[in-house]
Design a protein around this ligand. Structure first.
Ligand code: GLU
Length: 306
């Protein structure tokens, strides 16, 4: 496969779509990003990286961090994790509170905000509130092989300052006994994980274990068990794109997770990982150009799982 040509062709074809949609503006720190930015990287199981556009520019990975925290929490709790968080698509916005009351404070899945807050709560139970943000940061650094990966303090402060919706979700779940730790500690760690900054190259490299049965193809380290990787990929396929997860599966046919920073991580089991970034978002909060770029990728490579 001529990965470089495929990426360069996608970059050229996607030009008219750049800037279509709206950059996330729920916090000032994210609203300043250039809506025209576009980067894409492919990391193969042989450890080769191919990239195009702004693939070396760091961006806020936001909800893509939910894949890392789910991996860590499954390592601690195994299937027991699913006593407190479901595994069904929500069909609601990523920060919705409505389903929580009907379902006794148990979030639909680990990739909506409420679910991710429960997952982070689980990590705190095992590691303590002081170490959790750092554990997540080190996890991302080790996987990406890059010590440059960091938590953007400005974004984290902004998340905390404007985080009333997430705060409501956390306290609401606490009232049902679903959260075990102090909601403020859980939120602090959650805001930090959302504020991780990575490039497309680093992100594609970090996700490699998900395409390789849980083993990091470069270090040979077992990051997650084979059954856990199956679970994570299934959740990425069914719940990774908020209430447009069905649409993403329909057009792209790969497990993927998006974030409101405009990034998407997609997994092609046994073959490669793909990270794409373009900050302008569609109505569900997924990168508009990023989604189209992955659609082109699956068409050009025929790597759609179906
Ligand atoms: N920091 C965002 C929030 O919690 C993350 C949302 C996302 O990327 O889906 O609202």
């Amino acid at each position: 496969m001529n990965w470089q040509k495929i990426l360069d062709d996608i970059k050229e074809q996607i030009q008219p779509e750049l800037g279509v949609g709206k950059v996330a503006d729920y916090i000032p720190a994210l609203s300043k990003v250039d809506p025209q930015a576009f980067g894409m990287a492919v990391n193969t199981m042989a450890g080769e990286c191919f990239k195009t556009g702004d693939a070396d520019l760091p961006f806020s990975i936001q909800s893509i961090s939910k894949v890392f925290t789910l991996t860590i929490a499954l390592g601690f709790e195994n299937e027991g994790l699913f006593d407190r968080v479901g595994r069904e698509p929500s069909g609601s916005a990523f920060n919705s509170i409505v389903q929580l009351e009907h379902e006794q404070g148990i979030p639909r899945n680990p990739f909506i905000n409420a679910g991710a807050i429960v997952v982070t709560d689980t990590i705190i139970t095992h590691c303590g509130e002081k170490s959790t943000a750092n554990l997540i940061l080190e996890f991302a650094r080790n996987l990406s092989g890059s010590s440059r990966v960091h938590i953007d303090d400005d974004v984290a402060r902004s998340e905390a300052l404007w985080g009333n919706r997430n705060r409501s979700l956390a306290y609401f779940m606490k009232s049902f006994g679903v959260l075990k730790n102090d909601p403020e500690d859980v939120l602090q760690a959650y805001f930090c994980q959302c504020s991780l900054e990575m490039t497309c190259e680093e992100l594609a490299r970090s996700g490699s274990y998900l395409a390789n049965d849980g083993v990091d193809p470069v270090s040979g380290k077992q990051v997650a068990t084979h059954p856990h990787v199956n679970r994570i990929n299934a959740l990425m396929m069914t719940c990774g794109h908020y209430d447009m997860s069905g649409d993403f599966a329909f057009h792209v046919g790969l497990p993927g997770k998006s974030g409101v920073g405009g990034g998407i991580l997609a997994i092609v089991p046994g073959i490669c990982t793909v990270a794409v970034w373009s900050p302008a978002l569609n109505r569900a909060g997924n990168s508009h150009a990023g989604t189209l770029a992955l659609k082109l990728f699956s068409e050009k490579t025929n790597l759609n799982l179906f």
